[in-house]
Design a protein around this ligand. Structure first.
Ligand SMILES: *Cc1c(COP(=O)(O)O)cnc(C)c1O
Length: 355
C-alpha cells in the first residue's frame, strides 16, 4: 500500500444499514468509493464513482509545487426516521466555488458538485452511523497540470473528488473543556485567503499551533493579529453569557463557518441577543472573568465545543467556572436536534438523500 494510505482504513460499505457502522478516530476510516471529475481542455468530465485508491498524479503536479488545493467539510446525518440528510449542502458548494476562485482553479458547477456529494452519500448509505455519529464528506479540488514552470500561472488541469468518512461523536470522552492560547501577533493565514478553505492555510497555522501545544499545553491557538480576535486553526469563536452572544463580525480574514451561521440563527430563534462586531483580546479577557461566561468553538467536525481556559501573555484565564457551559450545551443540542430532524427544518437546511 502506498505510504500516504497507511493510516487510512478503507471500509466496506456492503453491511446492511441496521448494523453498527465502525468509525475510527475522526477522518481515519473512509468509505471505499469516491466520486470524481477532472477538468481538461476547459471542460469537466462526467463525474464517475470509483474505488478510493492512490491517485495517478504527476510529480510535477501544480498542487504539489504551488499549493493549488482546497477542500470542503460537511456532514450527512441519519435521522430518527432512518432518513439520511446532508446539512447545508448549498453553502458548502458555494464555499468550495469561492475557494476555487481564490486559487484560480476551475470553479465546479454548483449542480455538478451537489450531485457528486448526493451520489456519494447515496452509495454510502450503509456507512452512515446513527447519531451522534455521521458521515463526514470531503470534496477536494487540486491543480494537476504537470509543469514545474507554472509558478505564476494557474493550473490548466484539475481534479475534483469527494471522499466520505463515517465519524463518531467528536466528544467520546465527555467533551472536556478545551484550552486555548491567544496569539495577538500572528494571523492564521494571509488576509486574502482567510475566508476560503485553501490547504495552505492549515500549513501556515501549523507551526504556531504545534509550538503552543508543546510550550503551553493548550489544544488550539486563537489568532488575534493586531489584538482583534479572528478564529482558531479550524473553528470560529463565540462568547456567551446568559442569553447574550458576542462574536467577531464577518471579515474576509477568517472563515465564515456554516456552523457559526447555523448556531446564530438557532440562538436567535431561542431568544438570544446576538452581537457581531470587532472583538478585541481585551474584550475577551473581560468577558471570561464574568462568573457565568462561556466561550465556545464552532465547526462542522466538533459542532460546538466548550472552552475552559484561555492563556494570554503568560497568564491563564479561566472561562466562567471552567466547565463546558449550560448555554453551549443548549445550543449544541439545538443544532444536533436539527441535523437529525428532531427539530423542524425551518430554513430548508437539510437535503434528504433518496434511499
Ligand atoms: C472549516 C473551518 C471552520 C468551520 O467552518 P464550518 O463551515 O462551520 O465547518 C472555521 N475555521 C476554519 C479555519 C475552517 O477551516
Amino acid at each position: 500500500m502506498d505510504h500516504f494510505c497507511q493510516n487510512l482504513q478503507v471500509m466496506s460499505n456492503s453491511e446492511d444499514s441496521t448494523a453498527e457502522v465502525a468509525t475510527g478516530p475522526f477522518g481515519s476510516a473512509l468509505v471505499e468509493q469516491m466520486v470524481s471529475a477532472s477538468w481538461r481542455n476547459g471542460a469537466w468530465s462526467k463525474p464517475i464513482v470509483g474505488p478510493v485508491e492512490p491517485l495517478r498524479l504527476h510529480p510535477a503536479a501544480h498542487a504539489l509545487h504551488y499549493g493549488s488545493a482546497c477542500f470542503e467539510g460537511l456532514k450527512a446525518h441519519r435521522g430518527d426516521d432512518g432518513i439520511v440528510r446532508v446539512f447545508r449542502l448549498d453553502q458548502h458548494v458555494r464555499r468550495l466555488q469561492d475557494s476555487a476562485r481564490a486559487l484560480v482553479l476551475p470553479v465546479p458547477d454548483a449542480e455538478m458538485l451537489t450531485e457528486m456529494v448526493v451520489r456519494l452519500v447515496r452509495s454510502s448509505l450503509a456507512s452512515v452511523p446513527a447519531a451522534p455519529g455521521s458521515l463526514y464528506v470531503r470534496p477536494t479540488l487540486i491543480g494537476t497540470e504537470a509543469n514545474i514552470g507554472a509558478a505564476t500561472r494557474p493550473s490548466s488541469e484539475a481534479l475534483l473528488y469527494v471522499l466520505a468518512s463515517p465519524v463518531g461523536d467528536y466528544f467520546t470522552g465527555g467533551g472536556r473543556p478545551l484550552m486555548l492560547a491567544v496569539n495577538s501577533e500572528l494571523p492564521r493565514t494571509t488576509p486574502q485567503f482567510g475566508k476560503v478553505k485553501a490547504g495552505a492555510n492549515y500549513a501556515m497555522a501549523l507551526r504556531t499551533t504545534i509550538d503552543a501545544n508543546v510550550d503551553l499545553g493548550v489544544d488550539q491557538v486563537l489568532f488575534a493579529p493586531n489584538g482583534l480576535i479572528t478564529e482558531t486553526g479550524a473553528s470560529n469563536v463565540l462568547l456567551l453569557d446568559g442569553r447574550s452572544i458576542l462574536t467577531p463580525a464577518l471579515e474576509s480574514t477568517f472563515l465564515h463557518g456554516v456552523t457559526r451561521d447555523s448556531i446564530l440563527a438557532l440562538a436567535s430563534d431561542l431568544g438570544y441577543r446576538i452581537e457581531e462586531r470587532p472583538v478585541s483580546v481585551d474584550d475577551l479577557v473581560d468577558w471570561v472573568g464574568r462568573p457565568t461566561a462561556e466561550v465556545a468553538l464552532s465547526g462542522t467536525a466538533a459542532v460546538l465545543a466548550g472552552v475552559g481556559s484561555i492563556s494570554y501573555r503568560g497568564q491563564r484565564h479561566q472561562v466562567g467556572d471552567g466547565l463546558v457551559g449550560e448555554r453551549t450545551t443548549e445550543l449544541r443540542r439545538a443544532l444536533t436536534d436539527t441535523l437529525i430532524g428532531r427539530r423542524p427544518d425551518l430554513r430548508g437546511w437539510l437535503t434528504a438523500v433518496p434511499q
